[in-house]
Write a protein that binds this ligand. Structure first.
Ligand code: HEC
Ligand code: HEC
Length: 306
């Protein structure tokens, strides 16, 4: 019977078309009816004028040649970058900036990962924060002011809501300010799962006083921390780590708090063991394991002025 069908090209074409259509409906259309395929994103908002201007800079500079903006639902990606991308997250992206090549890491979840100050240092000299980085410097973008008229025209063309105040706040802002605002908006429509703390309250440094750990800690410090905290922990654009003053208050802090500061970084106004942070310390937990962080704690302790 099947053999006879092969000899009737027109009928065969019709049957194949029906088979493909049925497959399409089952694989594509049916799942679209299920609400779990397109969860409502409670925090999804159109771009503000400043963020939209930053998105334009992202395109002008071809950041997508090195960065993607989509986390695939694969275990390794979710572990590294966070929750996989949802379709709704791109509702306001025209065009999409998913990219296809990762010379640098995916940026879909980079919003709120670091502070603004971190981004300014990183865009100016990526190698200050990641010594081996091949990302070019974009510090020069700060010399290029935004054009409020053209930003407003784009907002209108895309039909995004905006206020006169938002446009009025653009003069004096540079392309770099816009790019940082755009970075901070990425991936924020999806609620983040809180990360499990790496350290228990009151936990003591298991590597305290260990000479090997101190040497290892010094190496890590010189790679990652020296640019802000200065040589020999004496301070530079960030406070010294030798003066017995932590978060602008004198007096010792526990190993657990020191660990937490390095692992989680600081946010303005957040309290760490009863001390208010000014903010600006980047988080390192995604880059270092527990052992490296404890080695840093050993090194910092070994350099404290007695
Ligand atoms: C030549 C490739 C290249 C280009 C072009 C490039 N980057 Fe990068 N980028 C990297 C690499 C490699 C890293 C990882 C090392 C580092 O952070 O410097 C990175 C890291 C980053 C990070 C930190 C991500 C994280 O999660 O730690 C951000 C944010 C970033 N880039 C934004 C940009 C933006 C915005 C542009 C365009 C203005 C850009 N990059 C252009 C290669 C590139
Ligand atoms: C981009 C600059 C920057 C880098 C890089 C950096 N820090 Fe910080 N760090 C800061 C700032 C700013 C503060 C002050 C934070 C605050 O008051 O909230 C700080 C605070 C701290 C504190 C609390 C000290 C105090 O006196 O309040 C410790 C401990 C610390 N950093 C350790 C490190 C270590 C270890 C590294 C490297 C793994 C590192 N930092 C890399 C900017 C940086």
């Amino acid at each position: 019977m099947a053999g006879a069908l092969y000899k009737k090209p027109i009928l065969f074409a019709v049957v194949v078309t029906i088979a493909v259509l049925v497959g399409t409906v089952v694989m594509m259309a049916l799942p679209m009816l299920s609400a779990s395929m397109h969860p409502k994103l409670a925090h999804l908002k159109p771009y503000t004028p400043l963020q939209l201007a930053g998105r334009d800079v992202y395109q002008e500079e071809g950041c997508f040649y090195c960065h993607t903006q989509t986390v695939r639902p694969l275990k390794a990606e979710v572990m590294r970058y966070g929750d996989y991308s949802k379709a709704g997250e791109f509702a306001y992206d025209q065009p999409f900036l998913w990219g296809s090549k990762r010379t640098g890491p995916d940026l879909a979840r980079v919003g709120n990962k670091y502070t603004d100050a971190w981004h300014y240092v990183h865009f100016d000299t990526p190698q200050k924060l990641f010594p081996g980085s091949n990302m070019p410097s974009y510090g020069w973008l700060s010399k290029y002011p935004l054009n409020p008229g053209s930003v407003e025209a784009r907002m209108k063309a895309l039909g995004f809501p905006y206020t006169k105040e938002e446009i009025a706040s653009l003069p004096g802002k540079s392309k770099l300010d816009a790019l940082v605002a755009y970075m901070q908006s990425l991936g924020t429509a999806v609620a983040r799962a809180p990360k499990t703390p790496l350290v228990a309250p009151g936990e003591r440094n298991p590597l305290a006083g260990d000479t090997q750990a101190i040497t290892e800690g010094r190496k890590v410090y010189e790679m990652h921390c020296v640019s802000c905290h200065g040589p020999d922990l004496k301070g530079d654009i960030a406070p010294p780590l030798t003066d017995g003053e932590w978060l602008t208050a004198k007096g010792p802090i526990g190993d657990d708090t020191l660990f937490l500061l390095i692992a989680e970084g600081t946010e303005q106004g957040r309290e760490y063991a009863g001390r208010k942070a000014a903010g600006g310390m980047p988080p390192y937990r995604d880059y270092f394991g527990k052992k490296k962080i404890w080695s840093l704690v050993s090194y910092i302790r070994s350099m404290e002025e007695k």
